[in-house]
Ligand binder design. Structure first.
Ligand code: SAH
Length: 381
């Protein structure tokens, strides 16, 4: 197995050096220990080719002692940039573009941002590549709005990589560890990319959540929709819906879909995605999923299936209590945080729902992370 020179410093893939089959065994065992009490854990779905699966590459920049430009992730709890010469996870094309950016920085005399002093210009670069579309988004995150020579920089970058379909400047002038700031200015192209998953096309803006492993995402969404058990009539809630991915895939098999998401840009993408796919039975709302569901439950609205895909921190009591009040036949929980999933399952399985299927999917080979889809059914039936 290849080894990466940044292993142990970058923190990106703690399971490097462990054979892939063994990684899957370890993850399966961990999920059985954590979730086995709720039901049988299905065998984890692994990847055929687990290398270079990440379609999103994000680097910080620094200079080494000789003044050469480095880019990569921060060493844990520091602002020290670790450069991986042969990262096993990142998309190869995006890595080539990063290398070109490193080469162009000195010729365009672009000052690097200093996290400690808050001075300089270039903070991060984020690259996203559409898995099926091949479209490429490059986001240049700067510490201030003024970016001298930016159009020539973009021209030079595009001359070397005509495959780049859009370039955005994102301004992050806050002294925080958040990568993106609030303001994005398209410098070239539409400012977003499109990609196709499970037969739907999605527009993805720089700060919208989009799964990083497209191959496994199709499997994951396929399972979620299968577990939803749709016949074409159901009212389905897609909570924590991001750009509407799961809900739009499900909408073809449902009566109607109601999506809710906190990030306004992601909601905008979801609405655009709905139109672009000519889907007429889905609506998307901006707001906190817990408050939204509570309001639905208070109005005594009806839902047959609730799909939920919260962030790693899991869901909330307010959300889960409202799910129980709404009383859908099925709840499909997609989770990227096994511990919070176990916590939430422990809560909701005491309130009239039982876990029927628990399916781990390996979305993040070489890391400890595991994604799981759980089908819960109402025990009232
Ligand atoms: N289902 C989507 C997104 C999942 S990621 C997909 O598969 O692509 C989790 C999403 O929850 C993110 O888009 C995040 O912005 C959103 N989110 C976080 N907290 C939230 C809250 N309190 N209410 C609604 N959405 C929230």
């Amino acid at each position: 197995m290849e080894r990466c020179n940044a292993f142990g410093r970058c923190g990106g893939c703690s399971l490097q050096g462990v054979e892939y089959e063994e990684q899957l065994k370890r993850k399966q065992a961990a999920m059985e220990t954590l979730l086995g009490g709720f039901g049988r854990v299905e065998p984890i779905i692994g990847m055929k080719d687990p290398l270079h699966y990440r379609n999103k590459v994000h680097h910080a920049f620094a200079k080494d002692q000789k003044g050469r430009i480095l880019s990569g992730s921060y060493e844990e709890n520091t602002h020290k940039v670790v450069m991986a010469d042969n990262c096993l996870l990142e998309d190869q094309k995006s890595r080539q573009i990063m290398a070109t950016i490193r080469k162009l920085i000195p010729s365009f005399k672009i000052p690097l941002y200093n996290e400690d002093t808050g001075t300089g210009l270039l903070r991060h670069v984020l690259i996203r590549r559409g898995f099926t579309s091949g479209e490429i988004l490059v986001v240049l995150v700067t510490g201030r709005g003024v970016f001298p020579g930016r159009s020539n920089f973009v021209k030079a970058l595009r001359a070397e990589h005509p495959e780049i379909t859009t370039v955005v400047q994102n301004i992050n002038d806050k002294r925080s560890s958040m990568v993106l700031g609030e303001r994005s200015i398209p410098l070239y192209g539409p400012g977003f990319i499109k990609d196709t998953l499970c037969g739907c096309t999605f527009r993805i803006s720089p700060d919208s959540f989009y799964q990083v492993n497209p191959v496994q995402t199709e499997t994951l969404y396929g399972k979620a929709v299968e577990y939803a058990g749709l016949t074409g009539k159901e009212t389905v809630i897609d909570a924590y819906c991001g750009i509407g991915t799961i809900g739009l895939v499900a909408s073809k098999h449902a009566g109607r879909v109601i999506g809710v998401e906190l990030n306004p840009n992601a909601v905008r993408d979801a609405i655009a995605n709905c139109k672009a796919n000519r889907i007429s039975n889905a609506r998307f709302y901006q707001g906190d999923a817990g408050a939204f569901l509570r309001a639905m439950a208070d109005r005594k609205e009806h839902a047959d299936v609730i799909l939920m895909d919260p962030p790693r921190s899991g869901s909330t009591r307010e959300f889960l209590d409202s799910c129980v009040k709404l009383g859908p036949k099925r709840i499909v929980y997609v989770s990227c945080g096994p511990d919070t999933l176990a916590r939430d399952l422990a809560y909701i399985t005491k309130k009239g729902y039982a876990a029927e299927k628990l399916q781990p999917v390996d979305m993040f080979p070489f890391t400890e992370h595991v994604e799981t889809v759980v089908l819960m059914s109402s025990v009232k039936e």
